[in-house]
Design a protein around this ligand. Structure first.
Ligand code: ATP
Ligand code: MG
Length: 392
């Protein structure tokens, strides 16, 4: 079995082995390569201690990103490579992170601490794939299985519950029976995990190609994160996999207010919260298929949010074809729907004697309204004329 390790990562493996250490690419990059997917990043596991790694890398720039846990990041031609010393995790008292970690010279011990068999694979061109826990077989059957006893592994770190669902949703894997039973039984442990970590896993899960199936198959997990949410439907799959659209579909059974509260509880960023709330607020509002109506919606929401609103409506069975076509026309012809794009500005009106403050604001808004409604073209001279002759 051959894996095409990029030259920058292969160079690190080479330097470490030439210095007398063991070194392999490991985890997600091996899994993804064997699945024919392009890995996001290449991680390396090595018998070298962090200081030994730094010495072995010579002139290569290194950052001590997680040195306490044995991780340093090497930068090669701008490519970051995380290099972690073989490690055993100590006891876990908080279902989150080990109380301490210790280094080991045994690669098997390092692979044994990893979450799933398909993530516990390592590779080097000299040794081929190293597989102590049946990861290759699970990969070929497309199965996620904990390394070791699932009860123990989920108690050590409950984030693995979300990781299991996330990998299942993104890779289209099933979850092995004991692993699945254990994660269902233990989903209350998710209460111990920081909201930010849950939220990032949930996002990746929701954007997975198989998100709807996974959410419907493991309702107890999602209910733990968002207790107010009634049983999940498959509607999620009807929108593109962007965080805002997928969250809006997930939270559709809730009021906009409750959805926003659920997202705040999960520490979602403000922009995401606002965007999802806007979609749920307007999802039943009428969007007329006329240029003025579309320009008005653009003024209210902005382009991407309006596109998202139409996508949500379409996913709910509304025919938005005409509205989408008009939206495209309005965008292509560069119509004006914001004060910023209006052909006159505040100083123009002040020069005509309109006092600053409310009168100025009102006059600009009136001009913008007329342009949005198609009553006036967005033409500087014509707009200024309109101001000079307010009786018209
Ligand atoms: P992706 O990069 O697509 O998220 P990945 O498998 O590379 O997938 P990372 O979070 O980058 O995931 O972690 C790298 C490797 O570290 C994993 O493949 C796994 O071996 C190990 N790992 C990560 N998180 C955990 C965890 N919570 N428990 C046990 N092992 C873990
Ligand atoms: Mg990774």
């Amino acid at each position: 079995m051959h894996i095409a390790v990029p030259t920058y990562a292969a160079h690190v493996l080479d330097l470490l082995t030439r210095a007398g250490y063991e070194a392999f690419v490991v985890g997600g990059c091996v899994r993804d390569s064997l699945l024919g997917r392009t890995p996001d990043d290449w991680d390396i596991t090595t018998s070298a201690l962090p200081q030994e790694t730094i010495t072995a890398l010579g002139d290569i720039r290194t950052l001590e990103t997680g040195i306490k846990h044995g991780t340093i990041t090497a930068l090669i031609d701008g490519n970051p490579v995380e290099i972690t010393t073989y490690r055993v995790d100590g006891s876990y008292s908080d279902n989150r992170r080990p109380d301490h970690v210790s280094f080991t010279r045994s690669m098997r011990e390092d692979l044994a601490r990893r979450d799933f068999t398909v993530n516990a694979l390592a590779y080097s061109s000299a040794a081929g794939v190293i597989d102590y826990f049946g990861g290759m077989e699970d990969l070929s059957k497309r199965v996620l299985r904990c390394v070791g006893n699932p009860e123990l592994r989920f108690h050590e770190d409950a984030l693995r519950i979300m990781r299991a669902l996330r990998f299942a949703a993104t890779l289209g894997f099933s979850i092995e029976r004991e692993t699945a039973g254990s994660l269902r039984r233990n989903c209350a442990l998710l209460d111990h995990i920081a909201a930010e970590r849950l939220c990032s896993e949930l996002m990746r899960l929701l954007c997975g190609a198989h998100a709807a199936e996974i959410l419907c198959s493991y309702p107890e997990v999602i209910a733990r994160l968002i207790p107010a949410l009634p049983a999940c439907s498959g509607a999620l799959a009807r929108v593109e996999p962007t965080p805002v659209l997928r969250l809006a579909m997930l939270l559709m059974p809730l009021s906009a207010q409750d959805a926003a509260a659920a997202l705040a509880g999960l520490r979602y960023d403000n922009a995401t919260r606002r965007a999802v709330k806007a979609l749920l607020t307007h999802r039943t509002a009428q969007v007329e298929s006329t240029k003025p109506a579309i320009r008005r919606w653009l003024n209210r929401l902005g382009e991407q949010p309006l596109r998202d609103l139409l996508a949500v409506k379409a996913a709910c069975g509304e025919d938005v074809f005409a509205a989408q076509a008009i939206l495209n026309e309005v965008i292509q012809s560069n119509d004006c729907w914001t004060l910023k794009a209006l052909a006159v500005n505040g100083s123009d009106l002040q020069a005509l004697g309109i006092p600053a403050g409310k009168p100025l604001g009102d006059a600009l808004q009136a001009l913008l309204d007329a342009v949005i409604d198609g009553e006036l073209p967005n033409d500087r001279d014509l707009l200024l004329q309109k101001i000079k002759r307010p009786q018209n």
